[in-house]
Design a binder for this molecule. Sequence first.
Ligand SMILES: [Ca+2]
Ligand SMILES: [Ca+2]
Ligand SMILES: [Ca+2]
Ligand SMILES: [Ca+2]
Length: 444
Amino acid sequence: MKRSLLALIVSLAFIITGSMAFASAPPPKPPAAPTTGFGSPQNYICNSLYNGAPIDHNNCIDFGNTDAGERCWVYIPSVLKNGTTAPVVIYLHGMFALVPPIYGPQIEHLVRQGYIVIFPEYNKGGFDGMFNDSNQYEQLARAVNAVDQALALPDVAARAELNNIFLASHSNGGNLSMGWIANGGVPVKAMIMQHPCISNEAIPAFVRTLFLGDMIEIDAAAHGPAITCPVIVVGGVKDTIAKPVQLNQIMSYLPNAATKVQYMYDEDTYGDPDLEADHVVPCQDDGVLPGWLLDLMASMGFSAFEENSDDYRIHFAAVDAALAGLTRVPFDRGKWSDGRAVNPVVKVYDPDIAGVMLYEHCDYNAGITGAYAVQLTKGVYNLGGLAARGFSNDSLSSIKIPSGWKVTLYKDDNFSGTTKVLYGNNSCLTGIGFNDVVSSIKVE
Ligand SMILES: [Ca+2]
Ligand SMILES: [Ca+2]
Ligand SMILES: [Ca+2]
Ligand SMILES: [Ca+2]
């Protein structure tokens, strides 16, 4: 009796202290920025601008009228990537994110590696800009013109490698990138699009009403064929502005790109703070935005321009890889502090690999642009997994299947409901009574 009582007390003590230990154990922390490889400081060669000043937006070359949207910032490093010359990175920011500190660490990361960075303002400043700057063609013309002016400055012309220019962008800047070549932009060696937004339909209605009522958008489908360089597109699964389907559409708008690839990453909430996958992940406020605005953004579900490992491991890494001549990015999203790997960045479209192709319309979307053309490698895909690739529910109409592969289509999510098994192409699922019903898919 005494013995069992003692055992009970001991077990209780274990349970209590155990649960206390569990309750007080701090949640795992996100990875640190990488120390080697793409996105890391491994190739940093300088810590100042060519005029000897610290790398700062107030110390670089800065010309043009802010209110007119013609301002431009140019960063020339003190040590150039290739000795006496350097490649150039043009950065096209997101809508209204028109001051470089919002992308400050990304700019600094490039300058410290010896690259020249050109950051055109392109949005008008002040209230006029906020409420009356809704023509993306005017924005693009200002960006093109500012970059041409920047490249012609004697200090830039003496150092810039004109055959070695790269175009990186975020959000609205991605749509300007789609129009860049067709509208007179300087030729570029590669384009890297971070959460490119090619349609403003997904922007919340109140924002559209207030700012974008008469938005004239770049016609990405019309201008995309002029792009012949490699293109790397990277987006977030939880992005409600640049939705997965938009990123997937971009792939179909680039018939002449030397290569193209679409990557997606999802949020990972395992530790604390979470790693987000929303629209503003590529931003990192460098102290320019007021706290109330950041709080407002956070309350709207954005990650509030925070700086975390994903900036380095995803967005800086993609630009670094392109600058190194790669067209595919070896992403490493790192590990939580307890050793668990962060959800990896997934390559969701690559025309160079074998995969099943899903089309929104019959005849493999023939004659239709702007529809999804989603690629699946072997695996299982519930509706969430399909949606993260740009697929929308109950819309599949045709499918291409590599020979020897087996595809099971399910009418309902999570591999339930009526099924159809296919071993080859089907140009219109109406023929088998399965048009616009599919909600989950297995590929074997
Ligand atoms: Ca968490
Ligand atoms: Ca960030
Ligand atoms: Ca359909
Ligand atoms: Ca269904």
